[in-house]
Structure formats: structure tokens, C-alpha cells
Design a protein around this ligand. Structure first.
Ligand SMILES: NC(=O)c1ccc[n+]([C@@H]2O[C@H](COP(=O)([O-])OP(=O)(O)OC[C@H]3O[C@@H](n4cnc5c(N)ncnc54)[C@H](OP(=O)(O)O)[C@@H]3O)[C@@H](O)[C@H]2O)c1
Length: 267
């Protein structure tokens, strides 16, 4: 018997990385899973990779209200009302604060923070309308606790997500809707490997601004310096924590921010 038998899940930003790993695990545990992302081509490839009749893809840019509403509408038509909603979609922009345009700032805030709000709002609304209990997961980051000179918008968005999580928990726990936040450390996905070395002012930045370290082995060397476990995290390790929070194994956990960071923030 699976931990998510009979459950219907939506995962945003699931065309690759942590979201896709979460989709695989949720399917293995018996859920019907709608994956979504802003790039339909990538999303369809991910659906092919899942190769499971209980998986479905809906294109959804989480920064667009109408697309988020459509994601929930399509989920209801295909499978029914989602009682697990994993707001995982996120983007990272690396640049110094004084060089950040309002447009770049807004892009990150709109996807990471407003996108999480829109996803969670819709999740709660549908569960309440149907009198259903459920679990909502948001996605923070170690940057939400620590800040980052070269990713202020991202750090601000992730800190905001943690407070949004607590607010959702306080507002809806009484209806049996538990909201918790999963905060990865440095995990081997395109978001992290594609950005290592881009920190402005760092000696690992090439003159043209491109990343000097872009291979996994060099990435590993950088990360080893920060995480107590001495290795990079894997998407599947974050997905396992998401499964715990989505399932009844975490029935007495609400409003929490769970670090999955190999000890990065424990130093
Ligand atoms: N990897 C890490 O080390 C790390 C650390 C801390 C926190 N996190 C957080 O974990 C989450 C997943 O990150 P990841 O590492 O798996 O990143 P990733 O491999 O870059 O995947 C990001 C996912 O988000 C989707 N996405 C991007 N913009 C979107 C938008 N506007 N609307 C909907 N989906 C969108 C992407 O698909 P499309 O391109 O198809 O839209 C992709 O599926 C993010 O919230 C990230 O901030 C990751």
C-alpha cells in the first residue's frame, strides 16, 4: 500500500529537477499527479519520462493568475480536486543588488513569491469549496534564512515564502489543511549547477560573466566546502522529505520550515 493512495497531487515546476523527482516518488506511492511548468515542450518530455497513466501535464506559468486557475481546473477535469499541492516552481537570478533592474527584480518575485501565493490560494480555495483536508508544500531555500548579496530578489522571495507558509498554516490548519515549507540546500539540479561561479566579485567568475565552474565535478568541489555531510544533495533526497510532508507520516507537523541542506545552515 502506498503512502499517497487515493490522493491527487499537483506539482508546479516539475518538468525537471526536484519537482520531477517529487512526481516520480508521489506516483510510486499511489498518487495521481499533475505536473506543470512554463515550458510545454520540456513538460511533455517529462511526462514521457514518467510514462505513467496516473500522470498528466498542464502548462502553467505560476506568475500568471489565469494559468494557475487553469491548472486547477484541468486537474479537476482529469483526476478530481487536488489534496496535495506542492508549490515548487522557482527561478534564480544572480546579480549584485545595485545592478538589478526593476524588471529583473519583479521577474523573480513574480515567479517565486507571487507564483507560490497564487498556487497556494487556489489550492486552499478548492479544498475549502469541496470540504476536503489536504497538504500544501511550499519551497524555500537556505537563502530564505541567510540572504545573498548576489541574489537579493531570490532571497527576499524565499524569506517571504516562509512567512506565507506560516500564515497559511495559521489560517487553515483548523480545516485540516496543513502547510509546510521544504527548504533545500545545494542540490544537483540545473538551477544550482548552472549558476555556480556566477557570483559577482568572485574569482570564479570569468571575464565575460559566464560560470567558470559548470561541470558537476567542479560544482561538487564548491559545495563540499559548505555542507556538513560533505557532498551535494540530490533531487530525490528533497523529494523524500516532500513525501513525508505530503503524507500522513507528518500528521502533527504544520507551519514548519524543514531544511534539507546537508547541514549547510547548522554550521
Ligand atoms: N537546486 C537547489 O540547490 C535549490 C536550493 C534551494 C532551493 N531550491 C528550490 O527548489 C525548487 C526547485 O528547484 P530545482 O533545483 O529543481 O530547479 P530547476 O531544476 O531549475 O527546475 C525548476 C523548475 O521550475 C520550472 N519553472 C521555471 N519558471 C517557471 C514558471 N514561471 N512557472 C512554472 N514553472 C516554472 C522549470 O520548468 P520550465 O522551464 O518548463 O518552466 C523547472 O521545471 C525551486 O523553488 C528552487 O528555488 C533549489
Amino acid at each position: 500500500m502506498g503512502k499517497l493512495d487515493g490522493r491527487i497531487a499537483i506539482i508546479t515546476g516539475a518538468s525537471e529537477g526536484i519537482g520531477l523527482a517529487g512526481a516520480k516518488l508521489f506516483l510510486e506511492e499511489g498518487a495521481k499527479v499533475v505536473i506543470s511548468s512554463s515550458n510545454a515542450e520540456k513538460g511533455k518530455k517529462a511526462l514521457e519520462e514518467l510514462n505513467n497513466e496516473n500522470a498528466y501535464y498542464v502548462k502553467c506559468d505560476v506568475s500568471k493568475e489565469e494559468e494557475v486557475i487553469n491548472l486547477f481546473d484541468e486537474t479537476e477535469k482529469k483526476f478530481g480536486v487536488a489534496t496535495i499541492v506542492y508549490a515548487n516552481a522557482g527561478i534564480l537570478d544572480i546579480q549584485e543588488i545595485h545592478k538589478t533592474s526593476l524588471e529583473d527584480w519583479n521577474k523573480v518575485i513574480n515567479v517565486d513569491l507571487t507564483g507560490t501565493f497564487l498556487t497556494c490560494r487556489e489550492a486552499v480555495k478548492r479544498m475549502l469549496e469541496h470540504g476536503l483536508k489536504g497538504t500544501i508544500l511550499t519551497t524555500g531555500s537556505y537563502n530564505g534564512l541567510r540572504g545573498g548579496a548576489n541574489n537579493a530578489a531570490y532571497s527576499a522571495a524565499k524569506a517571504g515564502i516562509m512567512q506565507l507558509t506560516r500564515s497559511l498554516a495559521e489560517g487553515y490548519a483548523k480545516y485540516g489543511i496543513r502547510t509546510n515549507c521544504v527548504s533545500p540546500g545545494k542540490v544537483r539540479t540545473k538551477m544550482m549547477t548552472g549558476n555556480v561561479g556566477k557570483s559577482a566579485g568572485s574569482q570564479i567568475l570569468r571575464a565575460d560573466g559566464s560560470a567558470l565552474y559548470d561541470g558537476f565535478s567542479e560544482f561538487d568541489k564548491q559545495v563540499l566546502k559548505g555542507q556538513l555531510l560533505g557532498r551535494v544533495g540530490e533531487a530525490e533526497e528533497v523529494a523524500k522529505v516532500a513525501l513525508f510532508l505530503a503524507s500522513e507520516d507528518s500528521s502533527f507537523v504544520v507551519g514548519e520550515n524543514i531544511m534539507v541542506d546537508g547541514g549547510l545552515m547548522s554550521r
